[in-house]
Design a protein around this ligand. Sequence first.
Ligand code: ADP
Length: 287
Amino acid sequence: KITVVGSINMDLVTISNKVPKMGETLLGQDFLSNPGGKGANQAVAAARLGADVKMVGAVGNDTFGKDLLRTLEKEKIDVSAVEEVDGASGTATILVSQGDNSIIVVPGANEQVTPDFVERHKDAIKDSDYVLLQLEIPVESVEKAVQIAKENDVKVILNPAPIQKLSDALLANVDYLTPNEHELELLVEGRDKKAILEKVIVTKGSEGLIYYEDGQEVSVPAFSVEVKDTTGAGDTFNGAFATALSEGKSLKEACLFGNAAGALSTTKLGAQAGMPKKEAVQNLVEK
Ligand code: ADP
């Protein structure tokens, strides 16, 4: 059983040939609203791979909130610990132009996932085998969730994204850290690298990933696939990695499973829309 404590957002994607200057109005080409947020994405990735997933988080009392809840329910995720709070749902407003993008994230309801909020839902954490966390809710709430997990012998996976400064106490209580290369650099800055690396799995995009075993770096090359859209690859890796571990698989097996799931997610458009099912991932792993 996996509990994800994290963000739930609506991604509002506008596709335009030109980027407007401040004060300017343009006619764009296309618009999409896609359910997102690292927390929700990782929950969906895990659920689609057959894991028993519970989400702890908040949506706003706007129409996005209702849509976001329904999306999670459709994926068979337990949403009994998702609260509908006053105010706006979290949003990411994304402008895509000529293959590049600019993004504004407004946390909205995710900011109301406070340490007290997490405390209210501590049974969700207690009742699980793994807690999966990211950094799109207040860091004090992540600390709270990790503390509850630790007190109850629940394993913790932290995907440190978007990266920010983290306390030594927090990192000491995390079992697995899943940064990308850029996040790893900031994570080890000014720290005993050895202690951190023991728990790290570094995702490296088209280069696959590396993990450490008995102090030795193990490199796992990426599966060769026809890449359409890499959005959500990291989230898919995390959901898949947690799923495999919760099924009792070894670190090595979980890395391979995550590596295959991440690769498959890039072959389809969209974050949640491109997340694979279990059979497809298993077929790729066994290839
Ligand atoms: P993030 O989006 O968090 O930066 P990555 O880009 O490192 O995460 O991708 C996560 C994982 O997804 C990688 O470790 C790899 O397993 C898989 N992946 C990502 N991009 C590709 C790609 N181009 N080809 C194959 N696998 C990929």
